[in-house]
Design a protein around this ligand. Sequence first.
Ligand code: BDR
Ligand code: CA
Length: 299
Amino acid sequence: MKCIIDTDPGADDVLALIMALNSPDLEILALTTVEGNARLEHTTANALRLLDYMGRTEIPVYSGESTPLEGEFHHAYEVHGDEGLTVRLPDTETKPAQGGAIDFIVDTALAMPGEVTLFALGPLTNVARALMRDERVKDAFERVYVMGGQGDGSGNVTPYAEFNIWDDPYAANVVFGSGTPVTLVGLNITRQTSIARNEEAWLTGDTPGEMLAAQVLESWFELDEAGHRSRFSMHDPVTIMAALRPDLIQTRAATLTVETDGERVGEIAADYESGGSVDVTVGVKSAEALAFMRGLLRG
Ligand code: BDR
Ligand code: CA
């Protein structure tokens, strides 16, 4: 599966990227970065450092948008750590590729219609801008897998909203309303695939991916001195898994609209009666999903 991964690393992004890099079924054409969890210079630096650490600097990194369609981004440094990661990866000499993320997404999708899968692991700004740039793009993706939305439960930044959708709700409306085929992985699923503090199986291993994943998890729990963090939800990793193991999720087709104003900003409303272009995840086989993800971190 040829893919582009749009990302804002980010602790769970890093785990998702390790899995994707280790998967024999994914051919990663590029990483594209977006501001979100951290400022764009941090998310881009983290993506470059991760590829170097994993020995995969042949994969280009294209830097994307640093402002949402409206207003300003809010960051999540308190969740993910200084510079957007609780682990400081070694510096790299590798630089972002020439050209921007939007051009790369548009050109690549149009050059290989129906062949490219896009993973969106951060705010949807780059994806929305690509769809807005050329109307042929909406028919060119094989599918877009999006991590976002509160599902049928409460949000994680407000009682109503999940971070990625809340950070650029206008972009989310562009993507969901475009007609491009989307699979939406929300908090209802990712909270069912979470890891407890000190869960031994996730803190051991000797491959580069396993060792980094263990460090990310350990330091993420340590960042919370008050001890409120009891579980690490595999938000972005499950989004990669959804493409690789669709047998482990259940979905329902819906038409989605995102609230862009007021206290409920970022809340997704789903109309399942009329169907639609977004397959919303409504179930996951948690134990099998966790085992699959743990295996891919090993490589
Ligand atoms: C999403 O927001 C980010 O903080 C995570 O990386 C994930 O993509 C979860 O709400
Ligand atoms: Ca993310």
